[in-house]
Design a protein around this ligand. Structure first.
Ligand code: ZN
Length: 235
């Protein structure tokens, strides 16, 4: 890894970084194989001490290699604009770096962040808010598992990809919501590790696909009392 300029892996050692690179690549390949990262979309990161390890700009999850992952400080550094700064001479991080930083800043418990343009989640991100008891997100409360696992699924306001405005919208929501939609864009999930974040991203995709399948079809959503009881169990 590159030392200096604050872009170090903090208390995590080189072995941890090697394992993290391998895990990120394996996860990226998995997500691509599931059709959840069309084209060159989607980016993933893990926290490594005071840095984050992130998929690079201009790559695709299906073909990214361990040495192409970018290390960046957790906090925005003065100087080059976000997205223009990889470790010196190293790969340049995804232009969505500000999103990842916003989540880690809001959630000290987060060790991994997954951002996808998966088809059903993108469709859900374009929906108007549902009439959902106690919630503001676009998906109705349809199944107990989704209510408990995904929560309200709020939508961060639309702003251009990679912009500070988008990161600010995420920062306002991420502390209370590990699972988010970005309006007209995609999903953003935080987890205590990479596998947990991927599980949530896949569950979000399934919940969004279910909601779309029922769109315009007479169906039964969970009632307010059921949702309240599930929320109480979720804590
Ligand atoms: Zn994106």
């Amino acid at each position: 890894m590159s030392a200096g300029d604050g872009r170090t892996a903090g208390e995590d050692g080189p072995g941890d970084e090697t394992r993290a690179r391998a895990a990120l690549v394996a996860t990226a390949r998995h997500l691509a194989s599931q059709g959840l990262s069309p084209g060159s979309s989607g980016n993933l990161s893990v926290r490594l001490g005071h840095a984050l390890l992130l998929t690079p700009t201009g790559s695709a999850l299906r073909r990214v290699r361990p040495e192409e992952l970018a290390l960046a400080p957790l906090g925005a550094a003065p100087g080059p604009a976000p997205g223009a700064s990889g470790a010196a001479g190293g790969p340049r991080p995804s232009k969505e770096l500000p999103l990842h930083r916003a989540v880690y800043a809001a959630r000290p418990d987060a060790r991994a962040v997954v951002h996808l343009h998966s088809p059903a989640a993108v469709a859900a991100s374009c929906l108007e808010p549902a009439r959902r008891p106690g919630g503001t997100g676009p998906l109705e409360a349809l199944t107990p598992y989704a209510v408990m696992r995904l929560g309200d699924l709020p939508v961060a306001p639309y702003a251009a990809p990679g912009s500070d405005a988008l990161a600010a919208g995420v920062a306002a929501l991420a502390g209370a919501h590990p699972v988010l939609l970005l309006a007209n864009h995609g999903s953003l999930v935080a987890g205590p590790d990479l596998d947990a974040a991927v599980d949530l991203a896949e569950e979000l995709e399934a919940a969004a696909a279910l909601a779309l399948a029922l769109h315009g079809v007479p169906h039964r959503a969970l009632g307010a009392a059921a949702v309240a009881a599930l929320r109480a169990r979720r804590g």
